[in-house]
Design a protein around this ligand. Structure first.
Ligand SMILES: Cc1ncc(COP(=O)(O)O)c(C=O)c1O
Length: 475
């Protein structure tokens, strides 16, 4: 067995998102060097990266970007006309007509910001959105990091704290740690499908006061890794809570295009805020985040995302907009974002193909999530809440006592050890439970279900074989 300390010697009790992925890379290298394993290759379904899991990109996005990169293709008649038209428009917005030039503003190309604002207005049934409130960066996590840097200050009792769901996206604790913002956990209610309970928000705030200075609340809707979609009533309650307590509201809405639960729909925090009347719409500070890594687009490697900043003091917003001034954001992901928020419309020559591809992704996601949930619930010692959106399932695993003891001896968390053994025995890389999401004896694992169905079936079969063997080994 390769020890986790070998993979990442700095960390004991490892729960970093990359440590298991590093172990997966070590095993893959061993296989290429001829080391015999009980599997041919490692499958990584630990992160929400659809293309890595084998999903195909959307043709229109890639065709437009291909022409932008190689403008000679503007004359290529085998490409759909709307592809070439869009590329021409986008090239016209780049400085010098080339994606190879810097974007002159530190917060994005004006044409792209305008398209984003129009998209938000359409999505939110006419609620106003202004390009000057949009800030682009190389990934929504980067924009979140800018916001965290902005509010980070103090130490001890005065250190900025942020109310954060438990469980939360696996990358969030690291971002907060890096920016010096203290994590103030509020528990989501698993048995009710991971809903937000306002009593828990009050409890978290009470506990935090005196230990740090809570200045913000982070909400993830649809939930990562829980797949929960918030009802409008909950959103209103959270907004009232933020207003009463004077908290900045950070709404991570990256998976807004991936809602598949019956009778569920995504409603943005911005829309609800503006429908609650001036008392709220003119006072509550809101930052909402979106990304080209979202489920249907899935362009995670391109690194593009934006935040929309509402009701922030103009001087503070100005500062936020210039925080990445020394490294203006990359141009190509901005163009990808423009295509995401402004896709082919009915009547355009790429529309049929685009609609079919999106429908295939949505159907795959919804069917996989349902089947995988049923499959996992049928395994002894596993229980999984059905997801309504997003790309993950987050089942609870009841781990054998002796495995928990072995983990203690090795100095790792028991769910991490479970994932490590699964990886070494079956070549499947799952994510362990979220760092702030564990109570003793209540472990979880994270599994991305946006993958080709045959691929996911193979993963589930291997998880089943391992899980049953583990229970035989540690009865
Ligand atoms: C909660 C959450 N945050 C952020 C992201 C994406 O981050 P980025 O835009 O930096 O790729 C995802 C991925 O889909 C996500 O689910």
């Amino acid at each position: 067995m390769i020890s986790m300390q070998e993979v990442n010697p700095r960390v004991r009790g490892i729960r970093t998102p990359t440590s298991l992925q590093n172990l997966a890379a070590c095993i893959t290298k061993q296989i290429t060097q001829g080391v015999k394993k009980p599997f041919m290759l490692v499958t990584d379904v630990s992160s929400g990266d659809p293309h890595r899991a084998g999903m195909a990109p959307i043709s229109f996005f890639r065709q437009v970007l291909a022409v932008c990169l190689h403008p000679e293709l503007l004359a290529e008649t085998s490409l759909p006309q709307d592809v070439r038209q869009r590329a021409q428009i986008l090239l016209g917005t780049c400085n010098g007509g080339s994606v190879g030039s810097y974007s002159l503003t530190s917060y994005g190309l004006p044409h792209v910001l305008k398209s984003v604002a129009e998209f938000i207005r359409r999505r939110d049934d006419g609620v106003t959105s202004h390009p000057e409130d949009i800030i682009f960066s190389n990934g929504s996590q980067k924009t979140l990091m800018l916001a965290l840097h902005l509010m980070s200050s103090g130490e001890g009792e005065t250190q900025t704290g942020m109310l954060t769901p438990k469980p939360c996206p696996h990358t969030l604790p690291m971002l907060m740690d890096e920016t010096g913002v203290r994590l103030v956990p509020y528990q989501l209610t698993e048995e009710r499908g991971w809903t937000v309970d306002v009593d828990q928000l009050h409890r978290a705030l009470e506990t935090a006061r005196g230990r740090c200075a809570p200045r913000a609340i982070y909400i993830c809707n649809p939930g990562n890794p829980t797949g929960h979609v918030q009802e409008r009533a909950t959103i209103e309650q959270v907004i009232r809570f933020a207003a009463t307590e004077g908290l900045l509201l950070l709404a991570e809405e990256v998976q807004q295009d991936s809602v598949f639960g019956q009778d569920k729909e995504f409603v943005s925090y911005k829309k609800v805020l503006f429908e609650m009347g001036k008392e709220f719409s003119e006072t509550v500070e809101l930052i909402s985040f979106h990304s080209i890594s979202a489920a249907c687009t899935g362009e995670c490697g391109m690194r593009g995302g934006y935040m929309e900043v509402i009701n922030m003091d103009p001087e503070v917003k100005k500062h936020l907009k210039t925080m990445q001034v020394s490294s203006s954001p990359a141009v190509l992901p901005q163009l990808a974002l423009e295509v995401m928020v402004n896709p082919p419309a009915p009547g355009d020559c790429s529309y049929e193909t685009y609609a079919q591809e999106v429908s295939h992704i949505r159907t795959t996601l919804s069917q996989n999530a349902q089947r995988a949930c049923e499959f996992l619930n049928a395994l002894p010692g596993m229980s999984c809440q059905p997801a309504m959106a997003g790309v993950f399932l987050y089942p609870c695993v009841h781990l054998p006592h002796r495995l928990v003891e072995e983990a203690k001896t090795l100095g790792v968390e028991a769910d991490v050890l479970y994932c490590q053994k699964l990886l070494e025995e079956e070549g499947v890389c799952l994510g362990p439970g979220c760092e702030n999401g564990q109570d003793d004896g209540n472990y979880h694992i994270r599994l991305c279900v946006l993958a080709p169905t045959a691929h996911l079936d193979e993963v589930l079969a291997r998880v089943q074989a391992f899980h049953l063997r583990l229970r035989d080994t540690f009865p």
